[in-house]
Design a protein around this ligand. Structure first.
Ligand code: NAP
Ligand code: MG
Length: 484
């Protein structure tokens, strides 16, 4: 059973009705039906949440700001355990809200709990240094929380991105204001409700609503000391520009067009399922999706034959049916992805294989059959732009130099997969790839929360995940003492 869904924000540990009195419908992507309502937050709601967060931090003297690091860790660890204990309910909520298959929703809930576990353990290990300096001085650095951090979360992995973003910010001692995506709020509202048991009021606040209203108000708010954003490059720029007016630092994670590069000497049996999962996971709505596969010419035809055979067997259906993929998040994204496929076909690109939408899926759901394009020219939109759906493009390469040119030949630089047994080539290529993460003979390494993650070029800047993220959620202060 789903928990009661409140059309309200969670501010200062209380449900708060939207200031403007307006709500937004929540649609089930599996059939397009309305099944709940959320609060439509505006600038006044963001203001209330920022005030609550500022009071919770209060320059280190508020009810959250003064909690010692070890105790902060204990509280966040308990919250992580609570999320794990409620994982099935959270997964059901996420499956209904976003359409993702239950196995993915369960993995997301587990990852969220793991982020809290990981960052809880790091709270009391985040420290400054003493620096060698001139005689007569002692110089030290301290890592202080920014104060109040803003978190704009997309709809593709709400729980995971909340965990890595707000989880790390809380661990560093910040109070948070979170704006989830209009299309995927429910799991985060429920987690905030669970957090009330552990965190003092104002430490974690959730304001729902539209990006153009609540999101824009959060980005421009002078009471926010740092903003972390995950989403599209266009919106990322808007957020960064708004924050720049107040000279606030921003972390941007903006997606990608990540390549998987397969050399003839690779273990193809190991690579094949990974190549497919990298684009099918979450229906291809993954910032780090492996959406391009570059294959060495000598194995192009046989590997494409195997890929096509496996791709043709993929099935989309309701999240509750737990097939290979669910519907896409909303009608706009479905139409956008369908538009890319139609453009490819119009331009004469060859479809090597197409999966199916299961017969049990409602025709009113936002489904797209997985599609594999072959021999896609490097300058085609399908090879350059983030489609954010179950669309894989394949292209051959002649040698290492061409593989690198193709891999680096988009505006993005998030992650890359490399399949080869040649150790020297592994390192040569890894050092030259434009990507924040390079995976060799795997893709994503199971998602490890410990592994710093973030992009280059239009994929954004700053790093999330791992210990590195904690550093980003602190301001370094240098203290120099003259003692003669
Ligand atoms: P988006 O506009 O970038 O949305 C991401 C987040 O930003 C959501 O919480 C959104 O809220 C919020 N937002 C929207 N406009 C805002 C504004 N002016 N100021 C502050 N926040 C704002 O992405 P989208 O329109 O949902 O999806 C479009 C494309 O973005 C996708 O096709 C995909 O290519 C990319 N995308 C990437 C990721 C990723 O993980 N890197 C995630 C999602 C989308 P609302 O949703 O409530 O408006
Ligand atoms: Mg929804």
């Amino acid at each position: 059973m789903l928990p009661t869904i409140q059309a309200a924000h969670l501010i200062a540990n209380r449900w708060v009705a939207p200031a403007g009195g307006a709500t937004l419908p929540v649609l089930d992507p599996a059939d397009g039906e309305i099944f709940a309502y959320i609060a439509r937050g505006n600038a006044a709601d963001i203001d209330a949440a920022v005030i609550a967060a500022r009071a919770a931090y209060d320059g280190g003297d508020g009810p959250w700001g003064r909690v010692p690091a070890a105790e902060r860790g204990r509280l966040l660890a308990r919250l992580g355990q609570e999320i794990a204990a409620n994982a099935e309910e959270l997964a059901l909520l996420e499956c209904r809200d976003t359409g993702k298959p239950m196995k993915q929703a369960r993995a997301d809930a587990a990852a969220c709990a793991r982020y809290f576990e990981y960052y809880a353990g790091a709270c009391d290990k985040l420290h400054g240094e003493t620096l060698p300096y001139q005689r007569g001085y002692t110089v030290l650095t301290v890592r202080e929380p920014h104060g109040v951090t803003g978190h704009i979360i997309p709809w593709n992995y709400p729980m995971q991105i909340f965990g890595r973003s707000a989880g790390a910010a809380l661990a560093a001692g910040n109070a948070c204001v979170v704006k989830p995506a209009e299309d995927a709020c429910l799991s985060l509202l429920r987690i905030a409700e669970l957090a009330v048991k552990y965190l003092p009021e104002g430490a974690l606040n959730i304001v729902t609503g539209l990006g153009s209203e609540a999101g824009a108000a959060l980005s421009a708010h002078t009471g926010i000391d740092h903003i972390s954003f995950t989403g599209s490059p266009v919106t990322g720029s808007l957020v960064a520009q708004a924050a720049a007016v107040n000279h606030r630092p921003v972390t941007l994670e903006l997606g990608g067009k990540s390549p998987q590069i397969v050399f003839a000497d690779a273990d193809l049996d190991a690579a094949l399922p990974v190549l497919i999962n990298a684009i099918i996971q979450n229906g291809g709505q993954t910032c780090s999706a492996g959406s391009r596969v570059l294959i060495e010419q000598s194995i192009y035809a046989p590997l494409m034959a195997r890929l096509a055979e496996a791709f043709g067997r993929l099935r989309a259906g309701p999240g509750s049916a737990d097939l290979d993929l669910g519907p896409l998040i909303n009608a706009r994204q479905r139409d956008r992805v369908a538009g890319y496929i139609a453009q490819g076909e119009r331009d004469g690109l060859r479809v090597a294989a197409r999966g199916t939408v299961s017969e049990g899926a409602a025709s009113s759901g936002y489904y797209i059959a997985p599609t594999l394009f072959t021999d896609v020219p490097a300058n085609h939109a399908l090879a350059r732009e983030e489609v954010f759906g179950p669309v894989l493009v394949a292209m051959p390469f002649a040698d290492e130099a061409e593989a690198l040119r193709l891999a680096n030949g988009t505006d993005y630089g998030l992650i890359a997969g490399l399949w080869t047994r040649d150790g020297a080539r592994q390192l040569r290529m890894a050092r030259k790839l434009h990507a924040g993460q390079v995976f060799i003979n795997n893709y994503g390494a199971g998602g490890g929360v410990e592994l710093p993650f973030g992009g280059m070029k239009h994929s954004g800047y700053g790093r999330e995940k791992g210990f590195e993220a904690l550093l980003g959620f602190t301001a370094l202060k240098t203290i120099a003492i003259s003692h003669g």
